[in-house]
Design a protein around this ligand. Structure first.
Ligand code: AMP
Ligand code: MN
Ligand code: MN
Length: 346
């Protein structure tokens, strides 16, 4: 297909897929990916640790199409405590997931989704290092290009957009299961079509997915509109100690806070969206202590500050307006370092 490089605005409105739309991934890379997939009967898939809808959804969507092609597929993510977050429990295809210890030690072909760095592959990093070929499918501008083949488009709002292309190029049919997985990725990473990454191509993809008959209302409810009761109590603690310092609003949630209500770590994802509401703040931070006692730091910007740069300096990464990193220090030490980097960047 000839790439259509015209500006979006002078195209007739169409919901048709145009794989080459604004996509900087060279055709030769896609061709090589298809060749590699064609050459292997067993394919190992991975996504980033603490998977979100984009990571797990993209991986499972591609797992479905590979399975329909007759491939043996294993899919996993490299968390020490392997568990699918409750709010992603509705995603189909979870029977294809295996814990890291059952993952092939040295896969011939591994495909990694939504990981900006090798570290994000977590425990499966050792498997990736031993793999003959690693295809990296990602949309982070900060991606370090750690694959033997990189399919990276920093303009894509979600890895799910690249996963859809892969499904299509592999000749897969966009059925409802695949659509649910891809839709989970698309809505997660665009904040339900609210972020600036929400281009016409995002809505066009959403239209293709919704046309398969998926229930957008049910998916939205699963992702954002339900929680265990304990979430409300933990949220109350987090908001009680929320602090505004100039243009920075921040709070934290400890393991002890969660333990009191038996609340799993993965339930904390939405707290940053509440904290970042504060009009007075340009940057929002939530420190979340995981089950190992490490602090996962979620950061958000309203546009003027590049939080990806701040987080990259602290060992993490992400996007201009949404980034994160892991801290192994106390809350006070973590915030002191964060403030220092924030001052340096802004
Ligand atoms: P979160 O606050 O967990 O929703 O993460 C926001 C974004 O930051 C994600 O989409 C990732 O790109 C990035 N991110 C989060 N945690 C890390 C980390 N530990 N290392 C690198 N990037 C991260
Ligand atoms: Mn992600
Ligand atoms: Mn993503």
């Amino acid at each position: 297909m000839t790439p259509d490089v015209r500006d979006r605005t002078d195209r007739p409105a169409s919901l048709e897929r145009r794989p080459a739309d604004g996509c900087p991934i060279p055709e030769a890379s896609w061709d090589r990916a298809l060749r590699l997939i064609g050459q292997h009967d067993e394919i190992a898939l991975a996504c980033h640790v603490n998977p979100d809808g984009d990571a797990l959804g993209s991986m499972l969507a591609v797992a479905f199409v590979l399975r329909s092609m007759g491939k043996r597929v294993v899919a996993s993510f490299g968390d020490r405590h392997f568990a699918v977050p409750r709010l992603l429990g509705f995603l189909p295809g979870q029977e294809m997931l295996v814990p890291p210890e059952e993952y092939p030690a040295a896969p011939e072909l591994m495909i990694v989704f939504d990981c900006s760095t090798f570290e994000r592959v977590g425990l499966l990093g050792a498997n990736a290092a031993s793999a003959r070929e690693v295809i990296v499918v990602d949309h982070h501008p900060s991606n370090t290009g750690f694959g033997t083949l990189d399919l990276i488009d920093a303009n894509a709002a979600a890895t799910a957009m690249l996963a859809e292309q892969l499904v299509h190029r592999l000749g897969g049919r966009l059925d409802r299961d695949i659509a649910i997985c891809l839709y989970a990725g698309l809505v997660t990473d665009t904040g339900s079509f609210r972020y600036s990454s929400t281009t016409p191509a995002v809505h066009q993809m959403a239209a293709r997915l919704v046309a398969t008959g998926l229930r957008t209302d049910e998916i939205a409810r699963e992702l954002w509109d339900r929680s265990p009761f304990g979430y409300l109590k933990v949220l109350a603690h987090a908001l009680e100690r929320v602090t505004l310092e100039g243009g920075l609003v921040w709070t934290y949630v400890s393991r002890v806070d969660r333990a009191a209500y038996g609340l799993p770590y993965s339930e904390l994802e939405g707290i940053i969206d509440i904290v970042r509401r504060a009009d007075e703040a340009e940057v929002a931070v939530v420190l979340k202590e995981d089950d190992h006692g490490d602090w996962q730091v979620s950061t958000r910007s309203k546009g003027t500050v590049d939080v990806a740069a701040v987080c990259a300096a602290l060992g993490g990464g992400g996007h201009h307006n949404a980034a994160g990193y892991t801290s192994y220090e106390t809350v006070e030490e973590t915030m002191a370092k964060f403030r220092r980097e924030l001052r340096r960047v802004s």
